[in-house]
Write a protein that binds this ligand. Structure first.
Ligand SMILES: Cc1cc2nc3c(=O)[nH]c(=O)nc-3n(C[C@H](O)[C@H](O)[C@H](O)COP(=O)(O)OP(=O)(O)OC[C@H]3O[C@@H](n4cnc5c(N)ncnc54)[C@H](O)[C@@H]3O)c2cc1C
Length: 466
C-alpha cells in the first residue's frame, strides 16, 4: 500500500484536483492544508467585523474551463454554477450593451453583438473587428511566436490605437489575466481571445457560483476520505523531507507524513520555504521560484439600503473598477454589490475610506440608480499576492508539474510533483489553470494523461485557423 500513498501540500483547487483524481484512481492521498477550509484563494471566509460568510472575491469561470467543470462534476456541485449567456457592458450613465451569441457560427457568433455596442464608437468597433481577425488568422504557431513579448506590443504592431487598447482590449485582459496589456505576455492574452471568444459558441459563457465558494469544495473532504485518504485541515507543512535523492514525505505541524510521492500544490513563495537548499540544487524546476512576480486584486463589498443594480453584473469600461456583481438582496431589502479591481497595484497603499470613496464614485457612474446613495456598509479586501503575474519574464519560468528525466543536464527530484495555477499550463492565473496543474500532477503520478480536452473549435473556426 505504501507505494500508492501520496502527500499533497495545499488544499486549494490544485491540491483538491490532484487528490480527487488520485483517490479515484485507487491512491490514498493525504492533503495537508493550513486553513480550516478547502479551496485556498477561491474560497469563503468569515468577516471578523460582521460574522458574515464572504467569498474571498467573486470567482468567474467560463465555458472553456473544461477541467474545472470536470472537477465540479466529480464533486457533484455542477448544478451550483449559474450560467450567464449575456454579458453586460457599460461606459456609464445607464447605457448598457448586451453581448450575447447570435445565430452565426463561431468565430462570428459574437460579431453582431460587438458590432452593435454603443460603448464603442464606429472606429473603435472597426479596430476590434480587425484585431479579432488578426488573432484568428495567426494560427497556433503564430501565437507561439509572440511568447516573450507583451500583448500591448502585439496590438500596437497590429495598428490598434491607445484608446481602443485601453477601452476594449485592456478591459478584457486585465480581468482574465489580472494584468494590464502593457505587462501581460502576448501568447497568454492571444490564448484568452482564441479560446474564450473565437473558437466556439459556448466558451465565452460566464459561470458564477450560486452558493458560497467554500460549498463547492467541501464535498472533496468526504470523497477523499471515502477513498481511504485524509484531509488534515489546520495543519501546516514545514518542510519536504528529502533523503538526498528522493522526497520521503512532508514534515508538518502534526508530525512527519511519509509517502511514496509528494505533490507541492502551494504558491511559489510558500514552496520556497518548504524546500531545503539541497532540494533546490537537485531540482531544476525550483531554481527560479523567487523570480515569479505577483499581481494584486482588490475586492470591495458594498451594501446599499435598497436595490440599485438591476443586472446580475456589469463590465465597466475605462474606469478603475472593472466589474460589479449583484450579490443579492437581504431580508431588510439591502443590496450587496461586489466591486472588483484587477491588477490593483495602485490601490494597495490606500486606506479603506479612500478605497470606498473611489469605488462608490465608479458605482454612481455606472449605475445611475445609486447616484448620491452612500453604502450602509463597506468592506475592502486587498489581496496583494492574488495571482502570479503572467509577464513574458514569468512565463519563461513556469515549471512543469512532472519531474524531468535525469540526463546530462541534471535532473529533478523524481517523486516530487508541482501543482498550482503558476505551473506551466498555458493558462493565466485562474481556477482552470490550478485544476489543470493538479490533473497534470496526478496524471504524471498515475502514468496517464488526465487533462480534459478543450471545447472543440467549430467547423468554420477551424477552417479559419483556430
Ligand atoms: C481576489 C481573487 C480573485 C480571483 N478571481 C478569479 C476569477 O474570477 N476566476 C478565476 O478563474 N480565478 C480567479 N482567481 C485566481 C484563483 O483563485 C487561483 O488561480 C486559484 O484559486 C489558485 O489555486 P491554487 O490551488 O493554485 O492555489 P491556492 O488557492 O493558493 O492554494 C494553495 C493552498 O495551500 C495552502 N498552503 C500554503 N502554504 C501551506 C503550508 N505550508 N502548509 C499547508 N498548506 C499550505 C494555502 O492555505 C492554500 O489553501 C482569483 C484570485 C484572487 C486572490
Amino acid at each position: 500500500m505504501m507505494m500508492r500513498d501520496a502527500v499533497i501540500v495545499g488544499g486549494g483547487l490544485a491540491g483538491v484536483a490532484a487528490a480527487i483524481r488520485l483517490a479515484q484512481a485507487g491512491w490514498r492521498p493525504t492533503v495537508i492544508e493550513t486553513r480550516k477550509r478547502p479551496g485556498g484563494r477561491a474560497t469563503s471566509f468569515v468577516d471578523p467585523r460582521t460574522g458574515a460568510l464572504l467569498d474571498n472575491c467573486q470567482h468567474v469561470l467560463l465555458g472553456c474551463c473544461t477541467n474545472l467543470l470536470d472537477l465540479y462534476q466529480r464533486l457533484g456541485v455542477l448544478d451550483s454554477i449559474e450560467w450567464h449567456r449575456t454579458l453586460f457592458w457599460t461606459a456609464g450613465h445607464g447605457e448598457i450593451d448586451e453581448v450575447a451569441a447570435g445565430w452565426l457560427p463561431a468565430p462570428l457568433h459574437l460579431a453582431r453583438a460587438f458590432g452593435r455596442m454603443r460603448t464603442f464608437d464606429a472606429t473603435e468597433r472597426r479596430w476590434i473587428r480587425r484585431g479579432m481577425w488578426r488573432i484568428m488568422r495567426l494560427g497556433e504557431g503564430g501565437c507561439h511566436r509572440w511568447r516573450g513579448r507583451t500583448f500591448a506590443e502585439f496590438l500596437r504592431e497590429s495598428g490598434q490605437g491607445d484608446g481602443v487598447i485601453r477601452r476594449f482590449w485592456n478591459t478584457v485582459i486585465v480581468s482574465a489575466c489580472n494584468l494590464d496589456v502593457e505587462r501581460v505576455d502576448a501568447a497568454v492574452a492571444l490564448y484568452v481571445f482564441r479560446t474564450g471568444f473565437l473558437a466556439n459558441r459556448w466558451s465565452y459563457t460566464m459561470g458564477l457560483s450560486s452558493v458560497p465558494l467554500v460549498d463547492l469544495y467541501e464535498p472533496a473532504l468526504a470523497a477523499i476520505e471515502d477513498a481511504g485518504g485524509s484531509v488534515r485541515l489546520g495543519t501546516s507543512a514545514r518542510a519536504i523531507s528529502f533523503d538526498g535523492s528522493r522526497a520521503t514525505g512532508v514534515v508538518t505541524t502534526g508530525g512527519l507524513v511519509e509517502a511514496s510521492c509528494v505533490v507541492a500544490a502551494v504558491p511559489p513563495d510558500r514552496l520556497g520555504k518548504l524546500v531545503s537548499d539541497a532540494v533546490r540544487a537537485r531540482d531544476r524546476r525550483l531554481a527560479d521560484l523567487d523570480g515569479i512576480d505577483v499581481s494584486p486584486i482588490l475586492a470591495v463589498h458594498l451594501r446599499f439600503e435598497r436595490t440599485v443594480m438591476d443586472r446580475p453584473h456589469l463590465v465597466l469600461v475605462d474606469r478603475d473598477v472593472h466589474w460589479l456583481f449583484d450579490k443579492g438582496v437581504d431580508a431588510d431589502g439591502r443590496q450587496h454589490v461586489h466591486a472588483v479591481v484587477s491588477g490593483a497595484d495602485a490601490w494597495m497603499d490606500l486606506d479603506e475610506d479612500e478605497i470606498v470613496r473611489r469605488v462608490v464614485a465608479d458605482v454612481w457612474h455606472a449605475v445611475p440608480a445609486a447616484k448620491g446613495l452612500e453604502p450602509v456598509d463597506a468592506r475592502a479586501v486587498k489581496e496583494k499576492r492574488a495571482t502570479f503575474a503572467c509577464t513574458p519574464e514569468v512565463e519563461a519560468l513556469r515549471p512543469r508539474s512532472a519531474p524531468g528525466y535525469v540526463g546530462v543536464g541534471g535532473g529533478d527530484v523524481p517523486n516530487l510533483y508541482l501543482a498550482g495555477d503558476w505551473c506551466d499550463t498555458g493558462w493565466p492565473a485562474t481556477m482552470e489553470g490550478a485544476v489543470r496543474s493538479g490533473y497534470a500532477a496526478a496524471g504524471a503520478i498515475i502514468g496517464e494523461d488526465l487533462i480534459v480536452e478543450d471545447v472543440p473549435a467549430g467547423m468554420l473556426a477551424r477552417a479559419l485557423g483556430l
